[in-house]
Design a protein around this ligand. Structure first.
Ligand SMILES: *Cc1c(COP(=O)(O)O)cnc(C)c1O
Length: 409
C-alpha cells in the first residue's frame, strides 16, 4: 500500500489505512507483505555493526532503538492515532489513560503552578489534584464547567494549565471548549482535554482549541474490554515535550497491547455509530418513562450543553446517564441488580453493555448536584455504557428493571 497524505480521506478510510506503513508490515525484501504490523516483542534492538550503532539517530520517531522507545507495533498505533487527530504532529502512548493524563500534566506543570480542573472530571483525575500534584507543589482548583465567566475569573498569574473534559464524567455536561480555551490562551494557560468520550471521531479537540488531547484507549479504541492504554496527541511544540517527559517517566506499552489497540481501532467507527444509534433510541425511551427524572446524554435536546455538542461535535458514543425520580440509593442499586444484559463494572466503551451508579454529590466541590433546575429529591443516577447488543433487548431489560425499582419504591 502506498503511503500518502490522508487528510482528504474519509474517517472510515483513514481508520483502515492509518499506521500501516509498508516498512512496518513486512520485510526489506517484501515491504507491506502482511496487513498488520507484527508484534515485535523486543527489549533489544541489534545493530549490524558499530558504524550502524554510531550512526543511529537516537530519538527519531518510527525507528527501532531500544525497547522502551518503541518498535514498529507501537509506532504504527501512535501514527494511526495521529492520522485521526486533525492538527496533531504526534502521539505518545502510555500504559493507561490515567498515566496519559498525569504524563500530560507533568509535562506542563511545575512546582508553584496552579491547575484549574473541571468539576465534572473523571474521579482519578481529581485524585491527582488532591494527591500526587499537591505532593509536588502544584495547587489544583476546581471550576463549574458551565460557567465561562467564573473560569476566566479563576485564572491567576500562577495558573499554568487547565484540564477539561467534554462531556464530563457521570453527569455528562458539555462545556464550551472553544470559549474556555480562548480565555485560557489569552492568559498563557495551556489547555489539556480528556477526550475519551468523543475520541477524535466525535470531537477534533486540537482544532477546537486544546493544546494537548488525551484519551483512555482502554475505552473506545480497544473496544473489547481486554487491554489498557492511554494516549496524548499534540502539535509540534507539545508533542516533543510530551515525548521527552514520557521517556523520563519510563512510560512504555507492550507490543501485544498495541496490537490489540490497533485491532480495535479498525472497527471503532462502526462501533461508535452503532452505539450512538442505540443510545438515541434508549435515551428517548427513558425520557418518556415516569420513573425517570432526567436523561443526561449530550446527544439529547435538554441535556446540559446539548447546543454546544451540536455546534462543536461530529459524533457521539454509547455512554450516558439518567437520574431516577426520587427513590433511595438502595432502590437504585436494586434496579442495577435487576438488569440481566448489563454488566456491573466501572469501565465503558466495550462491545458489551455496562451499568454503574452515579453519585456525584460526594465528589463535586465547585458545582451543584442535583444540577440546576432539578428537584432535590432526584439524585440517584445510573450510568449506562451501551454496547453492541440489539437495542430492543436492552430496552426490554431496562423495562423489567424499572418495574423492579417501582415495586421497591
Ligand atoms: C477510564 C477513563 C480514564 C482512565 O483510563 P484508564 O485507561 O482506565 O486509566 C480517563 N478518563 C476518562 C473520562 C475515563 O472514563
Amino acid at each position: 500500500m502506498a503511503e500518502h497524505d490522508n487528510e482528504h480521506l474519509g474517517t472510515g478510510t483513514r481508520l483502515v489505512g492509518a499506521g500501516r506503513r509498508a516498512a512496518w508490515t513486512g520485510t526489506a525484501e517484501h515491504p507491506g507483505a502482511v496487513v498488520n504490523p507484527p508484534v515485535y516483542r523486543a527489549s533489544t534492538h541489534l545493530y549490524p555493526d558499530m558504524a550502524a550503532l554510531r550512526a543511529h539517530p537516537a530519538n527519531v520517531d518510527g525507528n527501532f532503538y531500544y525497547g522502551r522507545r518503541g518498535a514498529p507495533t507501537q509506532w504504527a498505533l501512535a501514527e494511526a492515532l495521529t492520522a485521526l487527530e486533525p492538527s496533531a504532529e504526534g502521539t505518545v502512548l502510555y500504559p493507561s489513560g490515567v498515566a496519559a493524563i498525569m504524563g500530560a500534566l507533568l509535562t506542563v506543570l511545575r512546582p508553584g503552578d496552579v491547575l484549574l480542573m473541571t468539576d465534572n472530571a473523571y474521579e482519578p483525575s481529581r485524585a491527582m489534584g488532591r494527591g500526587l500534584l499537591k505532593d509536588f507543589g502544584v495547587e489544583t482548583r476546581w471550576f463549574d464547567p458551565l460557567d465561562v465567566a467564573a473560569f476566566e475569573a479563576a485564572i491567576c498569574d500562577r495558573t499554568k494549565a487547565v484540564l477539561l473534559e467534554a462531556p464530563g464524567s457521570l453527569t455528562m455536561e458539555v462545556c464550551d471548549v472553544p470559549a474556555l480555551a480562548a480565555a485560557a490562551k489569552a492568559r498563557g494557560v495551556t489547555v489539556v482535554i480528556d477526550n475519551t468520550w468523543a475520541s477524535p471521531l466525535g470531537f477534533p479537540a486540537l482544532e477546537r482549541g486544546a493544546d494537548i488531547t488525551v484519551m483512555s484507549l482502554t475505552k473506545h479504541v480497544g473496544g473489547h474490554s481486554d487491554a489498557m492504554m492511554g494516549s496524548a496527541s499534540a502539535g509540534p511544540e507539545w508533542y516533543r515535550k510530551l515525548r521527552l517527559r514520557a521517556q523520563g517517566l519510563g512510560n512504555v506499552v507492550s507490543p501485544d497491547d498495541a496490537a490489540l489497540m490497533l485491532r480495535g481501532l479498525r472497527t471503532m467507527g462502526l462501533r461508535l455509530a452503532q452505539e450512538t444509534a442505540s443510545v438515541l433510541a434508549i435515551a428517548e425511551w427513558l425520557e418518556r418513562r415516569s420513573e425517570v427524572a432526567r436523561v443526561l446524554c449530550p446527544m439529547m435536546p435538554g441535556s446540559p450543553g446539548h447546543d454546544l455538542w451540536k455546534r462543536d461535535f461530529t459524533g457521539g458514543c454509547g455512554l450516558f446517564s439518567f437520574v431516577l425520580k426520587g427513590g433511595t440509593s438502595a432502590s437504585r442499586d436494586g434496579l442495577i441488580d435487576a438488569l440481566t444484559l448489563f454488566g456491573i463494572g466501572f469501565s465503558w466503551g466495550g462491545f458489551e453493555s455496562l451499568a454503574t451508579p452515579v453519585d456525584p454529590a460526594a465528589i463535586r466541590t465547585a458545582s451543584a448536584w442535583p444540577l440546576p433546575g432539578m428537584d432535590g429529591a432526584d439524585k440517584f443516577g445510573v450510568r449506562l455504557s451501551i454496547g453492541l447488543e440489539d437495542t430492543a433487548d436492552l430496552i426490554a431489560d431496562l423495562d423489567r428493571a424499572l418495574a423492579v425499582w417501582s415495586a421497591a419504591a
